[in-house]
Design a protein around this ligand. Structure first.
Ligand code: SF4
Length: 210
């Protein structure tokens, strides 16, 4: 089976396992998703949701995030890994969105990646989940690991992995593939102990013996 056909089989099987592939982060608008995604680096979605539940009650608009004293914002997210940098980036992004983009989170990759702390992964997540725009494939640590184990890429660099996935994934599944690999990575194909014997991809996975 060539890689494209195998990927199509992987998507088919994972869609059966995870019928609702969407982000586990809670948000009510594009800026909240941007904030939640920035916070989620090196932090679980469950913990991010706990923190943002209170955070989004306190800060209701982009302006609220821009105007608050940085030290207060840091305090409000201090249980999150790397909160210092994340607070700085969130506030700088809020200010830039107000000044350059008329207080709206931009809808293009080129504009999103100039926001402080926003790289392609975050931009892809915001575009697909908040705006329904598939401009690329979000590659996080799970997508990176599973793409490699499943033989969909030979690369370790997220930008090259994204390029490889784009080349073999139908555009309508660009958002799905990311969520499906994330769900499967969390549930079964974990970094340290992949549970091969329970895996629906066992017979088509080149890494089932690792
Ligand atoms: S067979 Fe093992 S390595 Fe392959 S996807 Fe499943 S859990 Fe991961």
């Amino acid at each position: 089976m060539d890689t494209k056909k195998r990927l199509s089989e992987i998507i088919k099987r994972l869609k059966k396992e995870y019928p609702e592939p969407k982000t586990a982060l809670n948000f009510k608008n594009p800026f909240e998703l941007l904030v939640a995604t920035v916070l989620s680096a090196q932090t679980t979605d469950v913990h991010v949701n706990k923190v943002t539940e209170k955070l989004f009650q306190k800060y209701k608009s982009v302006k609220d995030f821009a105007d608050t004293p940085l030290v207060t914002l840091k305090k409000n997210i201090s249980s999150i890994n790397f909160y210092n940098n994340k607070a700085k980036n969130i506030q700088a992004s809020a200010k830039m969105i107000i000044e350059k983009f008329n207080s709206r989170v931009p809808k293009t990759m080129e504009e999103l990646v100039i926001l402080p702390g926003v790289a392609r992964k975050t931009a892809n997540i915001v575009l697909s989940n908040a705006y329904g725009i598939n401009e690329g494939i979000a590659v996080d640590t799970h997508v990176k690991r599973l793409s490699y184990r499943l033989g969909l890429t030979k690369h370790e660099d997220p930008v090259k992995i994204e390029r490889d996935l784009i080349a073999i994934t139908p555009k309508e599944d660009w958002e799905n593939i990311s969520h499906l690999l994330i769900f499967h990575g969390r549930k079964l194909c974990q970094a340290k102990k992949p549970n091969h014997s329970e895996c629906v991809l066992y017979d088509i996975c080149p890494s089932k013996d690792i």
